[in-house]
Design a protein. Structure first.
Length: 422
């Protein structure tokens, strides 16, 4: 299969970071070149031959921001530390395509790279058309789109709840792009890894510098108790729009003392529930068409799927939701032979079918109805959780067992079954 890869220049003086980034990009089929400074980049390469330049902000002999003015239409993605957040605002004003904080999340960086390159290739397309979770014609998706249209013009905080991979961050970006802050920074705080210093940087930026911002609090349910007061202060700043996501029921976390009720009240003004993909199967066709179009452009070939292949997609449980669907199609597109269509075999789906899961659940209900002893039910519960927790989120496990997430958590603790992080 012939492929035309996009060409990216990485400008980074720290060898470990530079090599790691190059390997990451090459795993995603990008051609790469390297430089250790702005001077080396200008001396060695014709910068206008690249599709994207990724540069550290702080480099020996000069700032990575100098590359913005040194190129024509080539977008520049700047990497910066949390301590340089104010500089990130400045370089966005200078024309950087985006910035990403170090240490960066691999998936977030690749997502930013794809978004920038896709935008440069299709500048006539509106931003929201690139947000895969907003694609689909199921009633659930149309309802989310309608909510976005209503809430985006306001400054109301939004809480987006749903399983991992269901598209919560893309929905948050869609709210930002449709708001009055669309030309401002969209800042992501990963609540699972955030530090007090990082949060303080954001607080100082929007208060002392009076810089309006949209802040996305990713995985708010994983925010440590000692940092919840800091986030609460962020939500009270008038020129800040806070949107948060959660994979867990925050009300239940409040009940067991792991989450502050005042923070929940502050962020849960507008609530958006994102159903798992298996609950809105009508979206799969449009999502699949979108992803295959992306892969056709990226791999420089026509990628299509057979009728049987599409049926296999509709019968899968998709415990990883839209993210899993995309990864499955991407692998199939890479392995696809020229002139062929994606078949069920090429998809390689080996998750339990919904009928199999329903059968297990019916067995549990029957055991309960027949009054079988607690030991049998306990054994069933233990075996079901151990067999399925690697492929399912906590929400899905609870749904299949017919209990609440809180009950699942309590039974795990009672039986000593370590909890799967989702």
């Amino acid at each position: 299969m012939n492929r035309i890869s996009k060409k990216i220049l990485v400008v980074e003086d720290e060898e470990i970071i530079r090599i790691s980034l190059v390997k990451l990009l090459e795993r995603h089929h990008y051609q790469t070149e390297q430089a250790v400074s702005v001077k080396a980049a200008l001396k060695t390469f014709n910068l206008n031959e690249f599709d994207l330049i990724i540069s550290d902000l702080r480099l020996p002999g000069g700032s990575g921001a100098e590359l913005i003015g040194a190129v024509g239409n080539v977008p520049v993605l700047i990497m910066t530390s949390f301590a340089s957040l104010r500089s990130a605002v400045d370089i966005m004003r200078q024309g950087a395509a985006d910035y990403i904080s170090k240490p960066f999340d691999h998936e977030e960086l690749i997502s930013s790279v794809k978004r920038i390159i896709d935008h440069e290739s299709h500048k006539s397309s509106p931003i929201t058309t690139t947000q895969a979770p907003l694609l689909g014609n199921s009633p659930e998706t149309l309802d989310i789109l309608n909510t976005i249209r209503k809430v985006a013009p306001t400054n109301a905080p939004v809480l987006i709840a749903g399983e991992t991979g269901s598209g919560k961050q893309a929905i948050a970006r869609a709210i930002h792009h449709a708001s009055a802050l669309s030309d401002r920074l969209f800042t992501v705080i990963n609540c699972a890894t955030a530090s007090e210093d990082e949060i303080k940087q954001y607080f100082d930026l929007v208060t002392k510098q009076n810089e309006p911002a949209s802040i996305f609090l990713r995985d708010l349910c994983q925010l440590p108790a000692n940092l919840q007061d800091n986030i609460l202060k962020l939500t009270k700043i008038s020129n800040v729009r806070c949107v948060a996501s959660t994979t867990r029921d925050l009300h239940e976390l409040c009940e067991i003392g792991l989450f502050r009720e005042d923070l929940l009240l502050a962020i849960n003004v507008v609530h958006i529930d994102v159903l798992p993909l298996r609950a809105r199967l009508a979206d799969i066709v449009q999502l699949t068409d979108y992803f295959l179009g992306q892969f056709s452009n990226q791999l420089n070939c026509t990628v299509t799927i057979s009728k049987d292949g599409m049926q296999a997609l509709s019968q899968n449980t998709w415990s990883g939701n839209i993210k899993e669907l995309k990864n499955t199609l991407y692998q199939a597109a890479i392995l696809l032979e020229a002139g062929e269509q994606i078949s069920p075999a090429l998809l390689g789906l080996n998750n339990q079918s919904r009928s199999s899961l329903q059968k297990q659940h019916q067995t549990l209900l029957a055991m309960s109805a027949n009054g079988e002893d607690a030991l049998s039910l306990t054994n069933y519960f233990t075996q079901f959780v151990l067999d399925n927790q690697d492929a399912m989120s906590e929400t899905t496990l609870a749904e299949k067992l017919g209990i609440s997430r809180k009950s699942l958590w309590q039974r795990r603790n009672k039986l000593g079954i370590s909890r799967k992080t989702d």
